[in-house]
Design a protein around this ligand. Structure first.
Ligand SMILES: CC(C)(COP(=O)(O)OP(=O)(O)OC[C@H]1O[C@@H](n2cnc3c(N)ncnc32)[C@H](O)[C@@H]1OP(=O)(O)O)[C@@H](O)C(=O)NCCC(=O)NCCS
Length: 376
C-alpha cells in the first residue's frame, strides 16, 4: 500500500480514522506525557519529541507500506485525539492497540474507534480474530474492549512486558462472526441508603477495618475459607478483587458504612451471578465488624441488597429471580438475618459446611423468590 494515499478513511459520523500527518506529531507528543498513558502502555519514558516524530513519520508509514501494522489517527470534534493500530495479522489473527488524549476520554470515542478498526480488520484485511491485551488494572481499556464485544477474558500472570519488567496481563478477543456488542454483565456498585447505613463500593481506606473484621474469631469460625491469620495485604487484595468480580459479572460487593461517619461496619455481597445454566440466581454472603454486631445492621443491609437484586437490569438492578443465603445450622445470628428478611428455610444439608478444625456442620439453605417479594 502507498502511504498516505491508500490509507482508508473510516467513520461512523462521530469519530473518523484517517492517515496520520506531520501535524499530529505535537499533539501525539503531548498525549504521551500523560502519566496514565505512561502507566498503561509500552511507550518510552521519558517520552521525547523525537519519539513522536519517529513513530508518526517512520514507523506508521512503514507499517502501511510493508503490510505489518495499520495505524490511524483518531479524529474527533475536528482535531487529532489519539491513535489506534492493528498489528501482526499473520494467519488471520492480529492485535489492536489504542490511546486517547486525556481531555477526550469518557465520551465513548475509543469504543467507536475500536469498532471501526475491528470491522476493518475483518472486512478490509480479512482477519478471523482480533486480540486485545492490557495490563491488569486498566479498567478503562477493559471496558472499551467489553463494550466493543471482546470476550473470553483471561489473566496471564507475567504475560505482559513494560520497559523490561514483566506485568500481569488481561487478554480477550473477538472473532469475525461475533457481534461487536457487550457479552455478559458488567455490574456497577450503586450506593444504597437506609436505616442509618450506607452501602457503597469498598475502597482502599477500608483495608484496616476489613482486616480487623476478618481476623475476628467468629468471622473465622463461620467463614472457614478465609486466610488465617488475615493480613492487611489480604484485605487489600480482597478490596482490589471486588472490581474484577463486578466487571466480569460474577458478583457485587458493598461496604456497609455508617451513614454519618462513613466507617466500614461490615460487608455484604451477592455472588454466583453468572450461573452457567441459570443466570437468574444469586447468593448473599456477609460479615460484620465485631464492634458493629447486634444492632440489626446486617438485617437492614440485606433488605437493601435484596431490593436491588430483584430490580430489573434495565432499571439498574440485578434482575434476579431467586436468592439464597446459606449458613451453618448452629449459626443463629446468620439464620436470623435470612429469616427477618422473609427467606424460607428450604434445605438442611448434612455435614456440608466445613470448619477449620476439619469437622463439618449441617448447612441451612434459605431462599427468596422474586415472585414472593412484591407481596411483602
Ligand atoms: C483506554 C482509553 C483509550 C479509553 O478511551 P475513552 O474514549 O475514554 O473510552 P470510552 O469513553 O469509549 O469508554 C471508556 C469507558 O471506561 C470507563 N472507565 C474509565 N475509567 C475507568 C475505571 N478506572 N474503571 C472502570 N471504568 C472506567 C468509562 O466510564 C467508559 O465507560 P462508559 O462509557 O460505560 O461510562 C483511554 O483511557 C486512554 O487513552 N488510556 C491511556 C492509554 C491506554 O490505556 N491504552 C490502552 C492500552 S491497553
Amino acid at each position: 500500500m502507498r502511504f498516505p494515499e491508500d490509507v482508508p478513511v473510516l467513520t461512523d459520523g462521530v469519530v473518523t480514522l484517517r492517515a496520520h500527518t506531520a501535524d499530529d506529531v505535537d499533539p501525539a507528543y503531548r498525549i504521551c506525557q500523560d502519566p496514565v498513558m505512561q502507566q498503561w502502555t509500552t511507550i518510552p519514558v521519558p517520552y521525547l519529541q523525537e519519539h513522536a516524530v519517529n513513530f508518526l513519520t517512520e514507523v506508521v508509514p512503514t507499517g502501511w507500506r510493508e503490510n505489518t501494522m495499520w495505524a490511524w489517527a483518531i479524529e474527533y470534534d475536528g482535531r487529532y485525539a489519539g491513535t489506534i493500530d492493528l498489528g501482526d495479522g499473520e494467519g488471520g489473527v492480529g492485535e489492536v492497540g489504542f490511546a486517547l488524549a486525556p481531555e477526550v476520554r469518557g465520551h465513548g470515542v475509543m469504543t467507536r474507534a475500536l469498532k471501526l478498526a475491528v470491522r476493518y480488520a475483518f472486512d478490509g484485511l480479512g482477519w478471523e480474530r482480533v486480540i486485545w491485551r492490557a495490563f491488569v488494572g486498566n479498567y478503562a481499556s477493559r471496558r472499551v474492549a467489553w463494550k466493543a464485544g471482546f470476550r473470553g477474558l483471561v489473566t496471564i500472570p507475567g504475560g505482559g512486558r513494560q520497559r523490561g519488567v514483566r506485568k500481569d496481563e488481561w487478554v480477550a478477543s473477538v472473532a469475525r462472526d461475533e457481534e461487536l456488542e457487550p457479552q455478559g454483565n458488567w455490574w456497577t456498585v450503586p450506593e444504597l441508603d437506609g436505616g442509618g447505613i450506607r452501602l457503597r463500593a469498598l475502597r482502599d481506606s477500608d483495608a484496616q477495618r476489613v482486616m480487623e473484621a476478618c481476623n475476628d474469631e467468629r468471622t473465622q469460625q463461620w467463614l472457614s475459607g478465609m486466610p488465617s491469620p488475615y493480613t492487611l495485604d489480604d484485605a487489600k487484595g480482597f478490596i482490589a478483587g471486588r472490581q474484577d468480580t463486578a466487571a466480569s459479572g460474577e458478583a457485587v460487593a458493598w461496604a456497609i458504612a455508617d451513614a454519618a461517619t462513613d466507617e466500614l461496619l461490615g460487608n455484604v455481597s451477592i455472588f454466583a451471578l453468572k450461573g452457567r445454566h441459570d443466570p437468574t440466581k444469586g447468593e448473599i454472603g456477609y460479615w460484620m465488624h465485631p464492634e458493629a454486631r447486634g444492632r440489626k445492621v446486617m438485617s437492614t443491609a440485606v433488605e437493601l441488597v435484596v431490593a436491588h437484586a430483584f430490580r430489573p437490569i434495565e432499571d439498574g438492578g440485578l434482575g434476579r429471580r431467586r436468592l439464597v443465603i446459606r449458613c451453618a445450622d448452629v449459626n443463629p445470628a446468620s439464620a436470623h438475618v435470612a429469616e427477618v428478611n422473609g427467606f424460607t428455610r428450604v434445605a438442611n444439608e448434612r455435614r456440608a459446611d466445613p470448619r477449620r478444625d476439619g469437622s463439618y456442620d449441617n448447612e441451612f439453605t434459605y431462599d427468596l423468590l422474586a415472585d414472593d417479594y412484591p407481596a411483602r
